[in-house]
Design a protein around this ligand. Structure first.
Ligand SMILES: [Zn+2]
Length: 391
């Protein structure tokens, strides 16, 4: 670790860099069609790091949407440690007047994406800057990846895992030190279609009401969530996620609806896959069919993301623990989560991965905030972890 205090990041530097990052709109365009995407912010971060002497590449994942990669070269043939944060944000229509004009109030800074995940990008940039300026000898490389599309379908981290060799990775997402996340739920987006039979509103003997049948599916899903999924959570990862998301059905007031379509988001615990949840839903269908013989439905998986779990993290956790002791005077707290992150993608590709992050709130909603000092802490923890891991 650099002992010279001029090589440490200050609170003012965090505020200044975060202010610039938040002002660059980088709304994820596949989720929000008016979003600008990540090109402009990738260019800004790349230029900032190039000025600090880092080797920078903008790697296009899809047209106009690059991952920003910066490498701090080590001197030997040691491992490559990846620091991963995402450069995209969700939309901001509920607070459009101020979302892109960050402000500081006391210990906190407010703005769109300020903690999710621009503080992660800023902390990693400042950590690499400090290390580059200090000239500290590392035997392996640090690869900073500010990836696209995390708020949508995670194509940025998928591209990174496919095209780069890494020996370990630290994901930065909103959390709170000294928590280190080593496990979390997976999830799926499932579409359930219930088929009825269209008929004139005055011919009940001919019609089958798809919406009434769907109502029964929803009621039973909700009951199963209460009795089984929520009641038997994984001790580390919380109650299994379940909520309905979208619903469509029917054509007009005068006709029996021939179709009803429900979208749900549903979680999976470590050791499970979405096939477990599909089986649960098929059981509901079978029960409804006993009562309503003309019930007909099908399930389509729209997206499946595996839980985050795995092995091989011991050297990284040891490096992080020494860093946390040095910076915060305490050991790390090894925890699970109920939310999904790109950590699952990197770990599944064989890269031992853990997650840490700064403290904040109001994620994906108005007045998103980050605790400024917690970003300074992450910078210091990252620097110390990198030195410990690559010495
Ligand atoms: Zn995030």
């Amino acid at each position: 670790m650099p002992q010279d205090s001029s090589l440490s990041t200050t609170r003012e530097e965090v505020i200044s860099l975060l202010d610039q990052l938040v002002r660059i709109e980088s709304v994820t365009p596949w989720l929000i069609s008016t979003g600008s995407g990540e090109a402009k912010i990738a260019m800004f971060m790349g230029q900032w790091l190039t000025k600090e002497g880092l080797e920078v590449t903008l790697e296009e994942v899809s047209p106009g949407r690059p991952n920003m990669l910066a490498r701090l070269k080590g001197s030997g043939s040691g491992p490559t440690l990846c620091i991963n944060a995402h450069s995209d944000t969700v939309g901001y229509e509920n607070w459009a007047d101020v979302a892109l004009s960050p402000w500081v109030d006391g210990d906190r800074m407010y703005g769109l994406g300020v903690v999710d995940d621009k503080a992660g990008c800023a902390a990693a940039m400042l950590a690499l800057r400090d290390l580059a300026r200090s000239g500290v000898a590392l035997n392996g490389d640090v690869l900073l990846a500010c990836v696209i599309d995390e708020e949508s379908t995670s194509t940025g981290s998928e591209h990174l895992a496919k095209h780069h060799t890494m020996d370990a990775a630290i994901i930065i997402e909103p959390s709170v030190m000294p928590v280190v996340v080593t496990e979390h739920q997976g999830f799926g987006w499932i579409e359930i279609t219930v088929f009825g039979k269209a008929s004139h509103g005055c011919a009940p003997e001919e019609g089958i009401d798809a919406i009434v049948h769907m109502a029964e599916v929803i009621t039973r899903l909700d009951e199963l969530s209460e009795s089984t999924w929520a009641a038997h959570p994984d001790a580390r990862n919380g109650a299994t996620v379940f909520h309905t998301s979208t619903i469509k059905g029917g054509t007009d007031f005068a006709t029996y609806p021939s179709r009803a379509v429900l979208g749900i988001e549903i979680g999976t615990q470590p050791g499970e896959s979405l096939a477990n949840r599909v089986k649960d839903i098929e059981k509901i269908f079978a029960e409804i069919t006993i009562k309503r013989p003309n019930f007909r439905a099908e399930i389509e998986i729209k997206l499946e993301r595996d839980p985050f779990m795995g092995t091989g993290r011991e050297p990284l956790l040891a490096a992080l623990n020494s860093a946390t002791q040095e910076v915060l005077g305490t050991d790390i707290l090894d925890r699970g989560w109920n939310a999904w992150t790109d950590a699952a993608i990197l770990q599944a590709s064989g890269v031992p991965t853990v997650l840490i992050g700064p403290k904040g709130g109001n994620l994906h909603s108005p007045n998103e905030w980050v605790e400024i000092d917690s970003v300074v802490e992450i910078v210091e923890v990252l620097k110390s972890t990198i030195v410990n891991f690559l010495k």
